[in-house]
Design a protein around this ligand. Structure first.
Ligand code: 5GP
Length: 209
């Protein structure tokens, strides 16, 4: 297959306030679409129980992360809740070249950085139904103390205030409905004519201009 006979990989960038259910939604999408891959970020935070290095994140030390910044190996990076997170530039390059669609679960600061260099990316903001539900979900996790919950709720206001520059807003009121909305977006974006123009190649009659 030559380069012009297939499309470049698409970046689907998802952001959401903590508690909106973004991680579960990403898992649903990866399980539903075998031709969608999740980008695995670098992170300096400690591994949580059940997490695997190289699967959930590439867990690295702050010094190693700093080196990646200096060597310009990151497409974007940000400090989130006191830890550093970043996306590998090489992963994005490889996916684009090989026509692989990537799902990126990153915060708003990182999404803003990617928006500058990857205008063709699809930026999607996941919303909870309302603040009351967001608070309920954060409490239901049972993992964070009151201070952390308050801080995350406060941060969510700032994050939601950025939602309008994203291409899509998806409400996660119900995981199945939210997944179906996401699948519809992904299917539509894959059919955009600027991405699928190569399909016309086989219809070109010799001698046609
Ligand atoms: P957690 O530590 O709970 O897995 O993730 C915390 C936050 O970091 C989430 O909002 C997640 O989207 C964000 N995050 C994960 N990976 C990246 C990344 O590579 N870049 C940026 N900017 N944020 C990330």
């Amino acid at each position: 297959m030559n380069k012009s006979s297939r499309r470049e990989g698409i970046l689907f960038i998802l952001s959401a306030p903590s508690g909106a259910g973004k991680s579960s939604l990403c898992r649903e999408l990866i399980d539903s679409l075998p031709d969608l891959r999740q980008s695995i970020s670098f992170a300096t935070r400690k591994k949580r129980g059940g997490e695997k290095d190289g699967v959930d994140y590439h867990f690295i030390k702050p010094e190693a992360f700093q080196k990646k910044i200096e060597q310009q190996q990151l497409a974007e990076w940000a400090e989130v809740h006191g830890n550093l997170y970043g996306t590998s530039l090489q992963t994005l390059k490889n996916a684009a070249e090989q026509g692989i669609d990537l799902l990126l679960d990153i915060d708003c600061q990182g999404a803003v950085q990617l928006k500058k260099n990857y205008q063709q990316g699809v930026f999607i903001f996941i919303l909870p139904p309302d603040y009351a539900e967001l608070e309920k979900r954060l409490r239901a996790r049972g993992t964070d103390d009151e201070d952390v919950i308050r801080r995350r709720l406060e941060n969510s206001k700032q994050e939601i205030s950025q939602a309008l520059w994203y291409d899509y807003l998806v409400v996660n009121d119900d995981i199945v409905l939210a997944r179906d909305r996401m699948l519809a977006i992904i299917a539509a974006e894959r059919c955009r004519s600027h991405r699928t123009a190569y399909l016309l190649d086989k219809f070109t009659v010799k001698g046609d201009k």
